[in-house]
Design a protein. Sequence first.
Length: 254
Amino acid sequence: MLARDGVVRLGHGWGFGQLLAAVSVRRRLLASTQPPTARAADVNLSAWVSERLDTLAWNSGSKIWRRHVDYRGAIPGLEPLLAAIRATVGKMASTYLGNDTSLDGYFALRLPPSLDVANYPAGYYHHDRCGPRLKFYVMLTRVTEGTHPLRVAFGSHRTLYYSHDDMRTSRFTDEFIEATYDVGSVTGEPGEGFLFDTNAVHKAGGMGTGFPADGVRDALVFEFNARGRSRAMCAVDHTLPCGCSEDSATTPRS
């Protein structure tokens, strides 16, 4: 499925939902305006992420923390989930990208109910300008057609693009992509996931008017790069989103 379509779904049978539920995180990183008893209480990871994302502006997609995974203080208790992802998804990524593949970083992402391309350019069909590169999403909320699901142009990951250095040339109109490719949405339940090649043309769906606003979309996102390809592309343009800047990230983004 991944080699054919550029995306593969990983359901509850992979066990990521159970691992998420088992992670207990201290609330001490939350806003100091909360009562001390609330700040000190343990919560599961999904609740912790949701509370952290609640503190961020909603004018666009909100992210919290971006860590290189070798930094051990990133999220207390997350290591069992990281270990499971390395042992399962990591093997799939190495088979797909090559033996020098590494899990480079991860972050939490929220897409609010009201969102459009004016303040969230990922609402345009685009590729990530990295060549073959994988992202693994673990859903923290139910994802429907009304919560900006990932829309993927199946098979487009095999495209060799003329240029990667200009963001404008990586964006495409809905009319062109949906007339050229078979396009589908990736929906699912909390704890389910999907792995996709960001060289595929994709976008966050349900932008603008005419779409139901069912609620937020929260997810954990894990990034896999082939280090040789990543180093070569970053040497040409260090601003490319291909693992060029995450190696030095040692503090949360908030």
